[in-house]
Design a protein around this ligand. Structure first.
Ligand code: FES
Length: 142
């Protein structure tokens, strides 16, 4: 889907997201979202100061529960029954254990969800990250 432009909303100062996998949750156009400091670029991510950031809707594309960042790959292995091949954190849904990959543009990589998490467009303004648009949500269950 395309980004739908929306109001500019300040998400976080860059130094509040220092360190790989630092996270700031926020609300954008009524949708719970998360901004992540990634260890590498992905489609739709923002490079700022040589670092990579991406933001996603946290609304699971299976049936709409709220996904969380799961940093501990042992939790992914034992609670979700999913071992990330890259050993990196993922976004996981507590309802039916779908897993989404923030390093692959929010793609659904495990479980019942099929559609990726909608991406939020990030922009750098001064020393802060702002959200300025979001992809349309897929229909539930897609
Ligand atoms: Fe997220 Fe079902 S609502 S896996």
């Amino acid at each position: 889907p395309e980004f739908v432009a929306g109001p500019a909303v300040r998400v976080a100062a860059l130094d509040e997201l220092s360190g790989e996998w630092a996270q700031q949750t926020f609300t954008y156009q009524g949708r719970p979202c998360t901004a992540l400091h990634l260890p590498a670029a992905t489609s739709g991510s923002l490079e700022a100061g040589g670092q990579h950031y991406a933001a996603y809707s946290r609304i699971c594309t299976h049936l709409g529960c709220t996904v969380n960042l799961v940093r501990d790959t042992e939790v992914l292995a034992f609670s979700f029954n999913y071992r990330p091949p890259d050993g990196q954190p993922k976004l996981g849904c507590p309802c039916h254990f779908s897993v989404f990959d923030p390093l692959r543009a929010g793609e659904a990589v495990f479980g019942k969800a099929r559609a990726p998490l909608p991406r939020v467009r990030l922009e750098q303004r001064g020393q802060a990250l702002w959200a300025t648009g979001i992809e349309a949500a897929p229909p539930p269950g897609s």
